[in-house]
Design a binder for this molecule. Structure first.
Ligand code: XIL
Length: 319
């Protein structure tokens, strides 16, 4: 049948996948499916700090540019991830902050320079940028990241100002996990966006990672959550969808996984202001899940041998 991206296009939806650049270079089946099925791509890792600025002041855009080039040759849009995070920071930065050789003022300059350099480099090439990633705790308090501890909460407004200046046309996003439904964490984002707006700083979009587990129930109030952001003029996107399970998987778990994929996509399709839906890699053999969640896996829509799973059919049926 038609590829998923053809069905998504009818719905005016950008249907994306995270891309593993090593797999893209080495695995021709992976490359073929990436190009054929999706109309949007996100760099799984190569637009993060440790890749882009491995040494202080030395930028390496090789891999990120390779992804943009791949996307262009396949008519795909590119989603940017991420201008600021507390993970995958280069060693020179974390150790410099830890040993005090990088002062707070310097850190602010480093952040400004990185965001400006990267957003300018990709200006006009990306449709969305995750400007800040995972800045809140589950209870809605600020995450005690290096950024927060050194700079205080104003680093978030600064990051948006700098990103906007460097790339005025990309939609600028906040992004996090466990914010699918209405809860303390998603409410913290809702309030943050309103506060920033009162300061003259515009946030365009709310990014919902969508890392769910078949072990937990489905957050039923996703539509209400998307709607409250839409009501204040903020678009939304599902940015990193996968649904993991405790291994070994069985039919019940695979069916539940399929149901969760379908319901997330359905919520996005039902919301006018939900613009993109990105799966965090499509193939189980490259998934980040087994490396991070002990005993869990099988989170994607294709299995290790590129056979489609019930979750693939669930996505297909929604489109
Ligand atoms: C993950 C990647 O998938 C892994 O390859 C990497 O080792 C760690 O980061 N939330 C995010 C993503 O915003 O950037 C993370 O990606 C998954 C969780």
């Amino acid at each position: 049948g038609a590829p998923l991206k053809a069905l998504a296009a009818r719905d005016h939806l950008l249907l994306g996948t995270a891309v593993n650049m090593d797999a893209l270079a080495e695995d021709s089946t992976y490359r073929k499916i990436t190009a054929r099925e999706f109309n949007s791509v996100t760099a799984e890792n190569v637009m993060k700090w440790e890749t882009l600025q491995p040494e202080r002041g030395v930028y390496d855009f090789t891999q990120g540019d390779a992804l943009v080039k791949f996307a262009r040759s396949n008519g795909q849009a590119v989603r940017g991830h991420t201008l600021l995070w507390h993970n995958q920071l280069p060693g020179w930065l974390t150790s410099g902050v830890a040993d005090g050789s990088i002062s707070k003022d310097e850190l602010r300059q480093i952040l400004r320079e990185h965001i400006t350099t990267v957003a300018k480099h990709y200006k006009g090439k990306l449709y969305q940028w995750d400007v800040v990633n995972e800045v809140f705790e589950e209870d809605g308090s600020y995450r005690q990241s290096l950024w927060y501890q050194q700079l205080g909460p104003s680093y978030i407004a600064d990051a948006f100002r700098w990103a906007r200046q460097a790339d005025p046309h990309a939609k600028l996003y906040v992004n996090d996990y466990n914010v699918e439904g209405v809860n303390a964490k998603s409410t913290a984002y809702y309030n943050l966006i309103k506060e920033l707006r009162a300061q003259g700083v515009k946030v365009d979009g709310f990014g919902i990672q969508g890392h769910l587990s078949t072990f937990y129930g489905f957050p039923g109030d996703i539509p209400a959550n998307l709607q409250r952001f839409a009501d204040i003029g903020v678009e939304s996107s599902f940015t990193e969808v996968d649904v993991r399970g405790v291994m070994p998987m069985d039919e019940t778990k695979l069916a539940r996984q399929a149901e969760y994929f379908g319901r997330m996509l359905d919520a996005c399709l039902d919301q006018k202001k939900c613009t993109s839906f990105t799966i965090w890699g499509f193939a189980d053999q490259y998934s980040w899940v087994p490396g991070v969640f002990e005993g869990e896996g099988s989170a994607n829509i294709y299995d290790e041998n590129y056979a489609v799973k019930p979750s693939y059919w669930a996505v297909r049926e929604e489109l």
